[in-house]
Design a protein around this ligand. Sequence first.
Ligand code: SF4
Length: 416
Amino acid sequence: MGCIENKSSPATNSESDFNAFEAMQPRFPDRTPKDRRNGAHVKDADVPPEGVYLPNNNYQAPHMKSPEYVQLSTAAAITLGIMGGRMYGCECTRCLNLLLTYPEGCRANCAYCGLARHREADRDYADRNFIRVDWPAVPMAEIVDIVAKDPEASPFHRMCISMITHPRSEEDTFTVLKQWTDKIDPDAIPVSILSNPTTMTREDVQKTRDLGADIFTVALDAATPDVFDRTRGKGVQSPHKWSKYWEILEDAKDIFGKEKFGAHIIVGMGETEYEVLNLVQELRDLGGHSHMFCFFPEDGSLMDHLPATPRDQWRRVQLARYLIDYRDVRIDHMRFDELGRVLDFGLPEVELSTVIDEGIAFRTSGCPGKFQEDISACDRPYGDSPPSDIASYPFQPKKRDLKKIRRQLEIPVRVE
Ligand code: SF4
């Protein structure tokens, strides 16, 4: 594989410069035939796993499950040396992203997600991609053995366990976390948990802390209760509730403390810029951070007919979020138009220009690595856009990238 550019380019929204609520209705999931439900296909065939499983190997997906097996991002597999390939603009990823795996897969049905339950009708779980990127399955012991050889010299600045919605998710997260911290000092490579609150209790959050996790994040994904309900709740026969996600977020704040918790938010699923930035401010006021993703219409998802987030909307939110999270600008310093779009970022022009030219605001956001607090270890190469039209930069944007970003922001290019 040449690089991670392996999916078709998304539809773009030529009518509008933002994705309005009315325009972002997911389609309804079809019924899954009985013989494809709950991973029956994989369980019935019961093919024993043999080492690494690459998605779309064109044979029956083996019967793999956590905690013995986990999936990892293509970028992490390349960095670990498990897969060949190169990534546009980056030598490696700094975050080892792991995902729990089961033949029956995630039991939720989130409209934007490639792993959603309704997809069992046409793809085995191990063959589904998350968003844009494939996730090979690998024995957890093999991953730990490779990294434990020399954690200090590892390219990874952080490891992250992503939970999915499954009855075994908590127990297996504890086992995978312990398997890691038994052999790898969490001071050498800190661990984050990307939680699935629907099946969690406060005690579960505490246990991840006790087992050595450093940061706890909640995949809120939707920026408002209405968008949440429509994309990952009742609207698509999915079990998640906004109130439960906030309950676990509050638990994470109490247990992990300031700067050690946060939420994932996808921009462009129907919320206004004001609404998403209001949420960013709320998280900041609680002492946490927001980790942003640009909506991408994943093939086979319930939102694959909808437009990707226009780049101007995305850049405005990216920049404003960075100012709130790292430059002490508050949402009440900013101005918005009647459609909730950012008109003024609340900083004098010269200061704003300096922040834009530093470029960090446009890099992928997430839990910090070892470079500096505002540079995410979790760089998720091309997880929300193709390399030909980058949304989150997995590398430091260069001069030509900054010129493009300024054009997208409609802020004139500075010539130096
Ligand atoms: S809970 Fe997470 S993995 Fe499962 S469908 Fe929703 S977004 Fe995808």
